[in-house]
Write a protein that binds this ligand. Structure first.
Ligand code: UD1
Length: 418
């Protein structure tokens, strides 16, 4: 297992550009199988999950090539609807292929993804949505097989606005006959990016970014070029790191509107945030704050992003006061609390709620990344801490952050990968 070695206490100064969003790129790559002409995707991050998605597409017969930051996909060679079990186990997002394969080939087959560090993560809402459009689901020896001679546009009313399930239904509906109406749809910016891609290949999608999305299917979808949106979670991670350790940081390709819960909270606490334009923010922080108690609860967009919760909790350790963090999206996503305690953090946590006693300083320690975003939170903790920290599980963190060590070093941090 690789490690990051960090010596804390350095301010972060300079400019960083946020990469294309992993969570937008993954469903859009899956959606390319709907097209019947080549697709060019710009600013696709070079991350392991993207490599796994590339392998999944290739296993289905699709031609995929990376040229620099672009991914070129030729879906005309698609000839298989079975997602290999080992790739499904490697990456949960392989589930995104169910909707597109079903729509394009009339069948899709995959193993159910396992649970993960942050909770059970079932796929019942994905299956509910696809069944509503006409799919028949069979479970055979641990494999889920969906079949549909044709898909028909219908009303799909989700009991919870699941991001992945909304995306799967949007993709399937793009080739269904008639109009699909998704109610209580997820509203995340990645949904809007997927909608724009589907529009570019010829589907009609209305209302993405609101709780009701209407999709008119088309029997044949063409090719397109599309640029992936900037990664709001990566942006928040850099901003929170600079806010916590102190710094003067310009963050580019940061979609300011995509982090609605963050800016006001940081300003209330005393971080100076200047919006230079819609995609650039300037953050100035001393890393020292007056007492200010904070309460935050995660929620579906536009609520506070669960993917930013671990990093925000670590930032709160630099703010004097008693803070309350409630995780409402996933059932056990506070694994970083115990690791932060090894660095001297004063946190009481159960599976969903944490009380944080901020403003006491951290010391270097040996910690292990429990999951991707919790790992990023530990990197922030290590940047704040006095002395040296070793963070094990570097590969877990690199699932979501490309060249994190190089980019933080260019801002003045002392961090090495080994
Ligand atoms: C996506 C993101 C992930 C982010 C999450 C919430 C990707 C690749 N991943 O994950 O980084 O943390 O949105 O913003 O885009 N649920 C069910 N049944 C289902 C589906 C989901 O009960 O069929 C539950 C989940 O267990 C979880 C909650 O709904 O508790 C939210 O999940 P969902 O919005 O689907 O997240 P993902 O799409 O998996």
């Amino acid at each position: 297992m690789g490690e990051f070695v960090v010596r804390g206490g350095r301010r972060l100064t300079g400019t960083v550009r946020v990469n294309g969003a992993k969570n937008a790129a993954l469903p859009i790559m899956a959606a390319t199988v709907l097209a019947n002409q080549p697709v060019v995707l710009h600013d696709v991050p070079e991350l392991r999950d993207i490599q796994v998605m590339t392998k999944v597409l290739r296993s289905l017969g699709v031609t995929v090539e990376r040229v620099g930051r672009d991914v070129l996909v030729d879906p005309r060679t698609l000839n298989n609807y079975v997602v290999p079990a080992e790739l499904m186990q490697e990456m949960r997002a392989s589930i995104f292929l169910l909707g597109p394969l079903l729509a394009k080939l009339g069948a899709a087959e995959a193993t159910q993804p396992g649970g993960c560090a942050i909770g059970d993560r079932p796929i019942d809402l994905h299956l509910y949505g696809l069944t509503a459009l006409g799919a028949v689901v069979d479970d055979e020896g641990g494999r889920t097989i969906l079949r549909a001679k044709r898909l028909t546009g219908r009303e799909v009313h989700f009991p919870f606005p699941s991001v992945g399930a909304t995306e799967n239904v949007m993709m399937a509906a793009s080739m269904a006959e008639g109009e699909t109406r998704i109610r209580n749809a997820a509203m995340e910016p990645e949904i809007v990016d997927l909608a724009q891609f589907l529009e570019r290949i010829g589907a009609t999608v209305r209302g993405a970014g609101t709780p009701e999305i209407r999709i008119s299917g088309s029997g044949s979808l063409g090719g397109a070029e599309h640029t992936i949106i900037g990664d709001r979670v990566e942006a928040a991670t850099f901003v929170l790191a600079a806010a916590a350790v102190g710094g003067d940081l310009v963050v580019r390709n940061c979609m300011v509107d995509h982090l609605p819960g963050l800016w006001g909270r940081l300003q209330d606490i005393g971080v100076r945030i200047e919006e230079i334009d819609a995609e650039t923010v300037h953050v100035v922080s001393e890393g020292r704050f007056s007492p200010f108690p904070v309460s935050v609860a995660t929620g579906p967009y536009p609520g506070f992003a669960t993917d930013c919760q671990p990093q925000f909790m670590t930032f709160l350790l630099s703010v004097p006061g008693v803070h309350l963090v409630t995780e409402k999206v996933f059932e056990s996503r506070l694994g970083h609390a115990a690791e932060l305690r090894r660095m001297g953090a004063q946190i009481i946590a159960d599976r969903r709620v944490a009380l944080i006693y901020g403003g006491h300083g951290l010391h270097g320690s040996y910690v292990t990344a429990p999951d991707l975003r919790a790992g990023a939170a530990l990197v922030i903790g290590a940047l704040m801490a006095e002395g040296e920290s070793v963070i094990a599980g570097r590969e877990i963190i690199e699932r979501g952050y490309e060249h994190l060590d190089l980019r933080l070093r260019s801002l003045g941090a002392e961090i090495q990968a080994r």
